[in-house]
Write a protein of this length. Structure first.
Length: 486
């Protein structure tokens, strides 16, 4: 029986259902949208975590040098001590009344946070059988500043510079499996194949100039052939680390040569042992124009085809077992200044067409480093501690030029191009280091003693050496490093 009361209750329920449906029609899409946003955020977060790895460190150096040195990057990157620079001769000092002093025997101190670094690894992308990876890496570097009255180039500014930027493509053999056959192709700016294996010192120079140090644009292929052997071939260009010539260090010498630097190497690796052997070949054009004298006695500019080709073989050995490792590298370089080695070249012949022929220096550069590191105290997952002892030793010997140097009528050299002191005959370095690691924090203390045998500066054109008036000059560097990795 339908009554007014039933009609009222039914109407009230219908009204409530209508409002409920209306409320749900507005709220459910909003809730679904929020859930969708949250899901998308999780997907994006997961994607970034899987494919993008941010890394870097904040690093500070506190450095003392006992004398003036050839160096860069705010004087943090040390090559070798400068030769003596006497204010007067010994004979003049006996009568002048002024003390005889070596003006380069001056100590310096600095502390800088240059070389603080930021990098990004891009990993995990794949299309069919091709793997794609990439890297972008940069750090703070000494800026383009004006030198003061001294010989130090830093005046308080810094710039953010590119270190590495490359992509890689990789293919695994379907027949032999990933562990047996693989090809990696690298395109971009990366470490020079001869400079990949660096010593373990905390110094910014990583042992240079006793070993190659260079990052450069390149196309490099690594072919893993079997379990233990990798074949490497590369074509390289020049950007930051450059050849020297009539206009100083410049990229124009390789640009006019139109010939990439070439590298071929072989690696053998098994159970903690690694050996690399290889050779680097560089062909540059120090000049593309020269001069000829016409019949009227006037000099006329002409095109020339100057060219210098050098070859530099090397060997690298490494053995690691437990907390002990030993590394050693030796290179016999022709020229080699484009890899931060001590070397250069000079003019050996002047041709009738106005072109020059050149002869490179030949330098043997070698180093060895030993590392032993053990855990300190109780270990936790968050704060592992390790104290490492490192010992580095290096030796460089200058064998002079491959052929005799050309001279002018007055006996002076027509051209001898050298980035630093060309009167260096030999040098050695010894570097003991203590490195304490506490989680992501590192504290290092290093003593670096570098000694150079210089000549009197008179170059013998027969061999390109300054082999008279020999004397040794030594720099003592004490360096403290703090570093926070992330």
């Amino acid at each position: 029986m339908i009554t007014a009361k039933n009609i009222y209750i039914t109407s009230k329920r219908s009204l409530f259902s209508g409002w409920l449906l209306m409320f749900l029609s507005f709220t459910l899409p909003a809730v679904a949208q929020e859930q969708s946003k949250a899901t998308k955020k999780e997907i994006v977060k997961s994607h970034l975590k899987q494919h993008f790895q941010l890394y870097g460190f904040v690093r500070n150096y506190f450095t003392f040098d006992s004398r003036e040195s050839y160096s860069g990057t705010g004087d943090l990157y040390s090559f070798m001590p400068k030769d003596e620079n006497w204010n007067q001769t010994a004979d003049a000092a006996t009568t002048s009344g002024v003390p005889r002093e070596d003006l380069n025997a001056v100590s310096t101190f600095r502390f800088l946070s240059l070389t603080t670094r930021l990098g990004l690894n891009i990993i995990g992308y794949k299309w069919r059988s091709t793997e794609f990876d990439g890297k972008i890496e940069a750090d703070f570097y000494a800026g383009l500043t004006t030198k003061g009255s001294g010989s130090h180039s830093l005046s308080g500014t810094a710039q953010f510079r590119l270190r590495q930027a490359y992509m890689t493509l990789a293919w695994d053999s379907l027949k032999m499996g990933k562990d047996f056959a693989r090809i990696d192709l690298l395109l971009g700016q990366a470490w020079h194949p001869m400079a990949i294996d660096l010593s373990d010192v905390i110094a910014l120079n990583s042992g240079a100039p006793f070993g190659p140090f260079s990052r450069t644009p390149q196309v490099k292929m690594d072919a893993r052939l079997g379990k233990y052997i990798t074949l490497t071939g590369a074509a390289l260009w020049q950007m930051q680390y450059l050849s020297i010539g009539p206009d100083g260090q410049s990229a124009e010498y390789i640009a006019y040569s139109k010939t990439p630097e070439a590298y071929l190497g072989l690696s053998v690796h098994s159970k903690g042992f690694l050996m690399r052997v290889g050779a680097d070949v560089l062909s540059i054009c120090p000049r593309h124009t020269g001069t000829l004298t016409d019949n009227n006695g006037n000099e006329v500019k002409v095109k020339v085809k100057d060219r210098l080709t050098t070859a530099s073989p090397f060997i690298y050995l490494q053995y690691t077992k437990g907390e002990f490792s030993i590394k050693a590298k030796s290179i016999f370089a022709e020229a080699g200044e484009h890899m931060n080695l001590n070397g250069g070249y000079g003019i050996k012949t002047v041709n009738p067409d106005g072109s020059y022929e050149y002869t490179p220096t030949r330098t043997s550069s070698s180093w060895i480093s030993l590392v032993y590191g053990g855990n300190v105290g109780k270990q936790t997952d968050k704060h592992p501690q390790k104290l490492q002892g490192i010992l580095f030793g290096g030796y460089v010997h200058n064998f002079g030029t491959k052929a005799s140097l050309a001279t002018a009528s007055d006996g002076s050299l027509l051209g001898y191009y050298y980035p630093r002191a060309n009167n260096m005959n030999q040098m050695w370095r010894l570097t003991p280091t203590l490195l304490w690691t506490i989680g992501k924090f590192q504290l290092g203390c290093e003593y670096e003693v570098t000694s150079v045998e210089y000549g009197d500066g008179i170059i013998n054109p027969d061999n390109g050496l300054s082999d008279s008036g020999l004397h040794w000059v030594t720099n003592h560097r004490v360096q403290l490093m703090t570093k926070y990795n992330f």
